[in-house]
Design a protein. Structure first.
Length: 251
C-alpha cells in the first residue's frame, strides 16, 4: 500500500513539476512576445517621428535653399550686387550685404537643425533620403573647397556647422526648432559681438564679390546648381516651386 501511495505522490509531483515548467515557459514566451512587440512599436513610432521631422524640416530647408539659389542666380547675372551695393544708397548697400549673408546662414541653420533632430545616419533606407543626404554633402563640400585665386564664401565644414548652430533659435526643442528670422539676425549682428564675429568674413566677401565676381564665380555657379538639384529632390512634383523658378544659371 505504501508503495502504491508513494508511486501516486511521485506521479502527482511529476505532473505539478511539468505544469510549473509549462507555466514558466508560457510566461517567458509571453514576456518575450510583449518585449518584441514593444520594440517594434517603438521602432515604428521613431520611424513616424523621423518622417514627420523630415516633412516639417524638409519644407523649411527647401525654402531656405530656394532663397539662397535665387540670390546666387541674381548675383551671377550681374544685376543684384551692382544695382544695390555698388550703385545703390548706403541703406540699399547694407540691405544687400546683410540679406546675402542671411540667406547663406539660414540655409546652414536648417541643415544643422535637420542634422540634430533627424540624424543623417538614421533617416531610413529610402532612396530619396539617401539622395538628399548625398546632395547636402556635395553642397557642404563646395562651400569647403579651396580655389586657386580667392576664397570668397569659402566655409570649412566646422564653420558651416558653427554658423548653423548660432542661427538656431534658442527657444526651440526637438521637432519644433526654427531658424532666426531676418530681424532677429540683424538685431544680433548689431548687439552681440560674439554672434557678429561668425559673419564678419562673409560680409566682407560680399563687398569683394560686388567689385570683382570672377574669382568666386566657380563656387557660386556650383552652389547655385547644387541647390537647385536639392530643391528638385525636396520638391520633386514642383508643388512649392514651379520649374521656371528653379533655373540653373547659364551665362
Amino acid at each position: 500500500m505504501r508503495e502504491v501511495l508513494a508511486s501516486r505522490r511521485s506521479g502527482y509531483v511529476s505532473v505539478v513539476d511539468t505544469l510549473t515548467w509549462i507555466s514558466a515557459a508560457v510566461a517567458l514566451a509571453s514576456a518575450s512576445t510583449a518585449a518584441l512587440l514593444g520594440y517594434w512599436q517603438q521602432r515604428r513610432i521613431a520611424s513616424v517621428e523621423r518622417l514627420n521631422y523630415m516633412d516639417r524640416y524638409g519644407a523649411s530647408l527647401a525654402w531656405a535653399a530656394f532663397d539662397l539659389q535665387s540670390r546666387l542666380f541674381n548675383i551671377l547675372s550681374g544685376r543684384y550686387l551692382t544695382m544695390f551695393l555698388v550703385q545703390g544708397t548706403d541703406k540699399e548697400a547694407e540691405l544687400a550685404r546683410r540679406s546675402t549673408v542671411f540667406v547663406i546662414a539660414e540655409y546652414l541653420g536648417w541643415v544643422e537643425i535637420l542634422r540634430r533632430d533627424v540624424q543623417f545616419l538614421d533617416l531610413g533606407s529610402s532612396r530619396s533620403n539617401r539622395q538628399v543626404m548625398t546632395q547636402l554633402s556635395e553642397i557642404a563640400e563646395t562651400f569647403n573647397r579651396a580655389t586657386a585665386r580667392h576664397d570668397e564664401f569659402r566655409l570649412f565644414r566646422i564653420q558651416q556647422r558653427a554658423i548653423g548652430s548660432v542661427m538656431i533659435h534658442p527657444g526651440g526643442e526637438p521637432g519644433r526648432r526654427r531658424c532666426l528670422d531676418y530681424v532677429e539676425f540683424c538685431e544680433l549682428l548689431d548687439a552681440d559681438s560674439r554672434f557678429a564675429a561668425w559673419f564678419s568674413e562673409l560680409l566682407a566677401d560680399v563687398d569683394v564679390i560686388a567689385t570683382d565676381m570672377a574669382p568666386a564665380e566657380g563656387r557660386l555657379r556650383s552652389l547655385q546648381r547644387e541647390l537647385v538639384e536639392l530643391i528638385n529632390l525636396l520638391d520633386p512634383d514642383a508643388v512649392r516651386f514651379p520649374q521656371f523658378h528653379r533655373q540653373v544659371y547659364t551665362p
